[in-house]
Design a protein around this ligand. Structure first.
Ligand code: EPU
Length: 419
């Protein structure tokens, strides 16, 4: 079994370059490349494990993928596509559902396996379905597959119940080729959406309102293949800032924009972490134990749910008591039991957790339940006496290009092992 072994360390020091956001941005752009019959190039795409799954999804659909450098891929979607995504692949990665919008727009039909729930909640698709139906598609679910058909998509006004990232993405990639104007109200505003809009616009789409809750899309006849560089990974950057908060020290992160991390930085500053913007990133320093504060997750620009598990690890060793509320997913506190095995004082009830800070944690073997839960345990290991083994590392590798490498570059004592 693959694991990380972490020994207590700090203060951290040094400079690291943050990777491209393959998991939450790049994978969606790979799916969007299906819209253009041509060769799309995506750069700043480090090879996280989920990328292999999307490569296989696109290959099974009929696109061909080539690596032209370790972080740059070409997607050739010139030929006829077979718009079907099989269960073996979709069940391994929910983001596979992002092929639904582009396939429907380009081929007029799609058959995509239902992804099901996962370790952080039930994760419904009702908003994807209602939005695509408003654009004129007919959808049904049978034998575990979503079947979607349309003779032609037509622009519509769609109001989302909640600013879902995935639904906004699927509706954007479907509506760019729909006839007439589409308006998506209560759209997600995450930087990953703005990055997708940037790609789609380069490809010829006409979209206004990226980064706001209302997106206007004027359908175009066709999309063209382009070259695009994926945005820096704000979650990796936030993870490293929190590592600095836990282990102390003085670090510089390159290749990231402060505006994408604004609320995290506001909260970390409130806790006592010094953070300053640099020309190409951020500088941070922690020279004392941080103070506990309450946190509640919200869609962007609120405190993102993807930072919550690492923030709980940080609060577990902060001074004082914090209440953490998870408003986005219905089951994201599973990792708390693992953290408690390391001596953290965390009580979870429904969507809330009370975290009472302790000065030190105690190393133990623990399991990564999902990508961010795993990252949280790695960070906890930096402040735990002894050797922490984070098992099921594959969950962490799904979203981080090289978390251990980045932490080691900052002076942390962490190694990857195969047991
Ligand atoms: N939801 C519905 N109906 C829908 C769609 C969503 O009820 O039709 C609910 C979900 O069940 C969930 C909430 O709305 O409770 C938010 O879901 P959203 O669609 O915004 O999330 P997602 O697109 O499935 C992406 C990221 C997540 C990130 C969320 C929120 C990817 C591959 N995943 O998921 O990333 O937490 O947006 O920002 O981009 C992670 O990186 O660890 C991760 C889980």
């Amino acid at each position: 079994m693959k694991a990380f072994v972490v020994r207590p360390g700090g203060p951290l020091s040094g400079t690291v370059r943050v990777s491209g956001m393959t998991k939450n941005s790049g994978l969606k752009q790979m799916a969007a490349a299906l819209l253009a019959p041509g060769v799309t190039t995506l750069a700043n795409m480090p090879a996280v494990a989920d990328l292999d799954v999307m490569v296989n999804v696109l290959r099974s659909i009929g696109a061909s993928i080539d690596w032209i450098s370790p972080t740059e891929m070409q997607i050739d979607a010139t030929g006829d596509l077979v718009p079907e995504a099989p269960y073996e692949l979709v069940s391994r990665m929910r983001a596979s559902i992002n092929v639904l919008g582009p396939l429907l727009a380009r081929c007029g039909w799609a058959r995509v396996a239902m992804p099901g729930g996962d370790n952080i909640g039930s994760r419904k698709l009702d908003m994807h379905f209602r939005g695509l139906e408003a654009l004129g598609a007919e959808l049904s679910v049978a034998h575990g597959f979503i079947e979607a058909r349309c003779s032609a998509l037509a622009g519509a006004r769609i109001v989302l119940d909640f600013p879902s990232v995935g639904a906004t993405e699927n509706l954007l990639t479907a509506s760019v080729l729909a006839k007439g104007e589409t308006v998506i109200e209560n759209a997600a505003r995450e930087p990953e959406i703005s990055d997708l809009v940037e790609l789609l616009t380069l490809m010829g789409a006409r979209i206004d309102g990226a980064g706001t809750s209302t997106l206007w899309i004027e359908g175009v006849e066709e999309m063209r293949a382009v070259h695009h560089e994926v945005v820096g990974d704000r979650v990796e950057a936030g993870t490293l800032l929190m590592a600095c908060g836990i282990a102390g020290g003085d670090i510089t992160l390159e290749g990231i924009r402060l505006e994408h991390l604004e609320m995290v930085v506001v909260k970390l500053r409130e806790m006592g972490l010094q953070v300053t913007e640099t020309p190409d990133g951020l500088w941070a320093r922690a020279d004392h134990r941080l103070q506990a504060i309450d946190l509640a997750t919200l869609p962007y620009p609120g405190f993102a749910t993807d930072f919550m598990p690492m923030a709980v690890a940080l609060l577990a060793v902060a001074e004082g008591t914090a209440i953490v509320t998870e408003n986005v997913f219905d089951n994201r506190f599973g990792f708390v039991d693992e953290l408690s095995r390391m001596g953290a004082d965390v009580r979870n009830e429904g969507r809330h957790a009370v975290v009472r800070g302790v000065p030190r944690l105690s190393a133990a073997p623990v399991r990564a339940l999902d990508v961010r839960a795993g990252a949280a345990l790695v960070l906890a290991g930096l402040a735990a006496d002894g050797e922490t083994t984070v098992l099921e590392r594959t969950h962490i590798d799904r979203g981080y290009a090289d978390l251990a490498g980045s932490l080691r570059a900052l002076g942390a004592d962490i190694e990857s092992v195969d047991r």
